[in-house]
Ligand binder design. Structure first.
Ligand code: NAD
Ligand code: AHE
Ligand code: ZN
Length: 378
């Protein structure tokens, strides 16, 4: 039976800094190597807002944002073997092609499979075309991060679809499609936080709190949470922070940290996207061996700086995408850890909305300052 286009609702980003608009869109059937999914729940990530606000050098409009979702496979294109209609999946913006010729998938050093990265960055599927059109005019709408989950239906590559347990609650485990998984992986994979070590986390959104949770699990002895918004401190402590610092109360955050940790902190993380904070995080890292990991995504045109002496004297500056997780291989296990409460995730959900048309309310909530993750259930 030929697959038909599906008409559904999507929250379309028409231009930078403009509110999302709920539109009727046509979602074309999946082509070879693609799957069409029904999105059941979507958590907003700061990166969606960053692109909507026009800070992403790759941002394209009109597009359908969203990349932290739980979904059910509806139909599959020719050649798809790893998922079938009815399977529950998490769309992953970092794919995993697993082809023998992929030196990135073959290497244990990285998760950055480049197989579809070029077209993904151009807002299209690997054949160079979009599966989304506006119903009213036929105008093409771009994809985003290979996911576009602010839509009741979307098309993703098979290599971007992590098949997860059928009984995992999609409105919760959707958060493992980005923020929470990224924080855990930054601590465990990218930085390899050690038992007994000291950790400083700059930025206590969902990503930073996930770093704290994972660092505590790894046995870190001291975990400092840093945020301009002190309303985040209580929650940070409940995730495992042993101390919190508000930079606005100190002339220098680095000096404030060094007053407690003479030679610096073993593992530091930027979870703000602010390049000045990235510098502080590097310079607060321990002389001789401190590792500083950039997780935050900086606005277009912003660059990092420090004195090279900071590196000469043994600090290491690194960064992470999706916490280093090889997506299709790792996400199912992360989902199991969340559902078994080995790594509880309920506390990350501060807002819940029902219906795709509430996506703009979720965006407003994320701007509000009290929000970690706003989950929209479709
Ligand atoms: P968020 O907006 O919920 O949290 C950011 C936190 O940083 C807030 O609590 C805010 O008060 C705090 N903050 C802002 N400026 C600060 C400053 N100067 N000093 C101290 N604290 C400050 O965002 P999130 O969803 O947790 O994401 C965090 C960052 O990580 C974003 O930049 C996002 O784009 C990025 N991100 C990266 C990856 C990746 O794979 N590398 C994945 C997910 C998110
Ligand atoms: N498009 C931006 C970069 C945005 C960016 O760095 N994205 C992160 C994920 S943020 C998830 O919330 C990432 O993984 N980047 C690696 C990649 O391949 O996109 C730009 O600067 O052009
Ligand atoms: Zn994200």
């Amino acid at each position: 039976l030929a697959m038909e286009p599906i008409t559904c609702k999507a929250a379309v980003a028409w231009a930078a800094k403009q509110p999302l608009k709920i539109e009727e869109v046509i979602v074309d059937p999946p082509k070879a190597g693609e799957v069409r999914v029904r999105v059941c729940a979507n958590a907003l990530c700061h990166t969606d807002i960053y692109t909507l606000d026009g800070h992403d050098p790759e941002g394209l409009f009109p597009c359908i944002l969203g990349h932290e979702a739980g979904a059910i496979v509806v139909d599959v294109g020719p050649g798809v073997t790893s998922v079938a209609p009815g399977d529950h999946v998490i769309p992953c913006y970092t794919p995993e092609c697993r082809e023998a010729s992929c030196i990135f998938c073959a290497s244990p050093k990285t998760n950055l499979c480049p197989k579809i990265r070029a077209t993904q960055g151009k807002g299209v599927m690997p054949d160079g075309t979009s599966r989304f059109r506006l119903k009213a005019s036929g105008e093409t709408i771009y994809h985003f991060m290979g996911c576009s989950t602010f839509s009741e239906y979307t098309v993703i590559s098979e290599i971007s679809a992590a098949k997860i347990a059928m009984d995992a609650p999609l409105h919760k485990v959707c958060m493992l499609g980005c923020g929470v998984a990224t924080g855990w992986g930054a601590a465990w994979n990218t930085s390899k936080v050690e038992a007994g070590s000291s950790v400083a986390v700059f930025g206590l959104g969902a990503v930073g709190l996930a770093v704290i949770q994972a660092s505590a699990k790894a046995g870190a002895k001291h975990i400092v949470g840093i945020d301009l918004n002190p309303s985040k401190f209580e929650l940070a402590k409940s995730f495992g922070a042993t101390m919190c610092i508000n930079p606005s109360e100190h002339e220098s955050t680095v000096k404030a940290l060094l007053s407690h940790f003479q030679w610096g902190i073993d593992f530091t993380f930027d979870c703000t996207g602010n390049t000045k904070v990235m510098r502080d995080a590097l310079e607060a890292a321990h002389r001789g061996w401190g590792v500083s990991c950039v997780i935050g995504v900086a606005a277009s045109g912003h660059e990092i700086a420090t004195r090279p002496f900071q590196l000469v004297t043994g600090r290491v500056w690194k960064g992470t995408a999706f916490g280093g997780w090889k997506s299709r291989s790792s996400v199912p296990g992360l989902v199991d850890r969340a559902t078994s409460h080995d790594m509880p995730i309920d506390k990350f959900i501060t807002h819940t909305f029902d219906g795709l048309e509430r996506t703009a309310d979720a965006v407003a909530a994320l701007h509000g300052g009290e929000c970690l993750r706003a989950v929209v259930r479709y």
